[in-house]
Design a protein around this ligand. Structure first.
Ligand code: HDE
Length: 703
């Protein structure tokens, strides 16, 4: 029997390839496909049959000679590369950085020389602890890694959405990461810090206390990548053309203000849409609502560093923005999604040591350690030393070096000369003038393994952070600590944490101890340096104090029913869109509803596919009969009850009152409940939404 076969001989195949095409009225039709490019192997050989392996006879064994099958499966088997050991789950986008004014006075970095210059950028946001397939709304730090393709080399600011870190010295990083990740014997919990190992490590590591305040705050559950800050964390240096150095800290400020969700909401979002942050970024960029951040720099000299209360080399400390004001120096705009997630977002290799001439490191021992780790990790992850040949990692400026060969070398030198110096006058040469010169800081001292005493105060800034929060934010910190510690099985670890909290805020410690059922308060933890209470609160540390001044970029979920008022619906949509926000319609059935005037209102979600946790505010545009029907549906009642419990603004037609009541929500509960029966109500709703949440409701709903 002939060994060749073709799909036309395939007796079992009933379904032919289908393609969707739009008809004249925009409707989609399925049509059969016959032409298109010919499928080939990776070697270019045309393939005749991609559905059947080569066999002896119709029902016989498969032949190893089937090179197409072997190549296809071999390649599939190797599709994965190791996920990042931390920051495995991430999402990236392209954009640009635009320089405001020349910063030549402080730095010779080419990117800061010319006002208005645009530099291509790629940014990857991430969670830290979870693996690649984990959910977006984990309580976690968010990575905020920026690659700037400058004219003098790639500059990576590999930062986070919190300005401090858990540890002071890089040598502790593997322990810290082991402790937070899933426990090694049971392999859970996934993407959570709420377990014994994490809190054991933390409670034995007082230097982490400031970071613990951040991670227990709502900063750890951002509403969107677009609404969070980014920080370079460490102190870096700018170096100017005269080789003079200025210390610098980098802050990214979101144009649309800060916003987070509440924990009860985060838990539900993870079920409703595990890709909540990804989808949000994707949708915003595809819709042309480009996310934007301003880069601000805190600049200070050695005299300030010497006089500051804390060590500027200690990554567990901030310099409050009220003490050294961040100066705006440019803006970052993200305007294009990658064409391919793997090629770009997965393979992008950020490295703290990627700095252009004019930017330099400080002696921060965390930063110094990172400068080793990031190069090393790329070799493992990307499989060889040529990862700069991958387009996303290649510089966009001219570059010439003498590195050659190795796995997957894509750019290979031509000609005879691959060394320097040489007598042929060929090849690149160093440039003492243009090249990177390290700041010539004088260093001298014995070799020691010591932590400087100037790093010893672990509680004062934790207290300052707590004192800088508004009352709802302070409550959220207490609730987060209680939740996390309630998952800890070992009582002594819970108590040890409370003993640290006593050094931060006694009220906080008492609340947490009470919720944890501690019979009595433990003794406060021994502190190497007594916590200070003379540090001024810093309003810049509160999310609520730094919210947006409009509702732009946010989403209203409108629950609609058959026979709803179409005119009202249209007015509502117009007002939402005028504000720069997005309306999404939630209907009892896929497709939408027929309104009272016979027009069709298109729906985006069915109710249980579009719970209110996906939106920043909600409106109930219901007819009497529609509302009545919905009172029987748990998903509709949850839609309303959750929106209320999460302190969202709720606009509703008078007919919706029956649903509100059935969901246990008083339609007159507070000013966040807006009855659409009066003509000015829509304006009032939009104006209220600018505040994002009605926090005064929180005590009533006991979130
Ligand atoms: Fe990282 N970190 N890190 N880190 N980090 C990595 O690099 C490391 C630290 C941060 O989207 C790894 O390519 C050490 C601080 C971000 O691709 C690895 C230490 C900050 C990302 C690594 C730290 C960060 C990483 C894993 C302690 C905020 C994701 C895969 C000294 C300023 C970048 C990789 C991306 C990723 C090591 C601490 C931010 C293993 C040793 C502090 C945003 O190299």
């Amino acid at each position: 029997m002939a060994k060749t076969s073709s799909r036309s001989q395939d007796k079992s195949a009933m379904i032919h390839d289908q393609k969707l095409e739009r008809g004249e009225g925009g409707e989609l039709h399925q049509i059969a496909v016959s032409d298109g490019p010919v499928l080939t192997t990776a070697q270019g050989a045309p393939v005749s049959d991609d559905h059947n392996t080569l066999k002896v006879g119709e029902r016989g064994p498969t032949l190893i000679e089937d090179f197409h099958f072997r190549e296809k499966i071999f390649h599939f088997d190797h599709e994965r590369i190791p996920e990042r050991v931390v920051h495995a789950r991430g999402y990236g986008a392209h954009g640009y950085f635009e320089t405001y004014e020349s910063l030549a006075k402080y730095t010779r970095a080419d990117i800061f020389q010319r006002a208005g210059e645009k530099t291509p950028a790629f940014v990857r946001f991430s969670t830290v602890a979870g693996s690649k397939g984990s959910f977006d709304l984990a309580r976690d730090v968010r990575g905020f890694a920026v690659k700037l393709y400058t004219q003098e080399g790639n500059w990576d600011i590999v930062g986070n959405n919190m300005p401090v870190f858990f540890i002071q010295d890089a040598i502790r990083f593997p322990d810290m990461v082991h402790a937070v990740k899933e426990e090694p014997d049971r392999a859970f919990p996934q993407a959570q810090s709420a377990h014994d190992n994490f809190w054991d490590f933390i409670s034995l590591t007082p230097e982490s206390m400031h970071m613990i305040m951040w991670i227990m705050s709502d900063r750890a559950i951002p509403r969107s990548f677009r609404f969070m800050e980014g920080f370079g964390v460490h102190t870096f240096r700018f170096v100017n053309a005269k080789d003079e150095s200025t210390f610098v800290k980098f802050h990214w400020k979101p144009k649309f203000g800060l916003q987070s969700v509440v924990w009860n909401e985060a838990v539900k979002i993870n079920g409703a849409d595990p890709d909540f942050h990804r989808r949000d970024l994707w949708q915003a960029i595809q819709a042309g609502n480009f996310p934007e951040w301003e880069l601000r720099v805190q600049l200070f000299d050695q005299d300030f560093a010497d006089s500051f209360d804390f060590d500027v080399l200690d990554a567990t400390k901030i310099i409050p923005e009220e003490i050294v004001e961040p100066i705006p120096v440019g803006r970052l705009v993200l305007d294009r999604m990658p064409d391919n997630f793997f090629a770009e977002t997965e393979q992008v290799a950020f490295m703290t040591q990627n700095v252009p001439p004019g930017v330099d490191f400080s002696n921060d021992p965390l930063l110094q350690g990172r400068n080793f780790s990031y190069l090393d990790t790329q070799l493992k992850r990307l499989g060889g030393p040529n990862f700069t040949h991958i387009p996303i990692n290649a510089p966009k400026c001219p570059f010439h070096h003498l590195q050659q060969d190795g796995h997957m070398a894509m750019r290979n030198p031509v000609g005879r000369v691959n060394y320097e110096p040489n007598s042929f006058g060929e090849g690149p040469r160093e440039s003492p003038h243009r090249g990177f010169r390290s700041f010539a800081e004088a260093e001298d001292g014995p070799k020691v393994r010591l932590r400087a005493e100037s790093f010893a105060d672990h509680y004062s800034q934790a207290r300052q952070f707590f004192n800088s929060q508004t009352p709802p934010e302070q409550r959220h910190i207490a609730m987060a600590l209680t939740f996390e510690l309630s998952k800890v099985e070992t009582p002594v670890i819970r108590e040890r944490m409370v003993s640290h909290l006593l050094n931060i805020d006694v009220g906080l410690a008492e609340t947490v101890a009470d919720k944890l059922g501690l019979k009595q308060l433990p003794k406060a933890a021994d502190a190497a340096v007594a916590p200070r209470d003379d540090l001024e609160p810093s309003p810049a540390l509160s999310i609520i104090e730094n919210g947006p001044d409009s509702f732009a970029g946010r989403k209203v979920g409108v629950l609609i029913s058959p026979r709803a008022d179409a005119a009202l619906f249209k007015r509502l949509r117009a007002a939402i869109e005028k504000e720069g926000a997005v309306m999404e319609v939630v209907a009892p059935k896929v497709g939408g509803v027929e309104a009272a005037d016979g027009s069709w209102i298109e729906g985006r979600y069915m109710i249980d596919g579009g719970p209110s946790v996906l939106f920043d505010a909600v409106a109930l545009v219901l007819s009497e009969e529609g509302a009545q029907r919905l009172t029987d549906e748990a998903a509709a009642r949850d839609f309303v009850a959750d929106a209320f419990a999460h302190c969202k603004f709720i606009a509703f037609t008078p007919a919706a009152v029956s649903l509100l009541r059935k969901a246990g929500v008083d339609p007159d509960a507070d000013e966040g409940m807006i009855n659409l029966d009066d003509p000015k109500a829509i304006t009032r709703f939009i104006e209220s939404c600018r505040k994002l949440r009605l926090w005064s409701r929180e005590m009533a709903v006991k979130l």
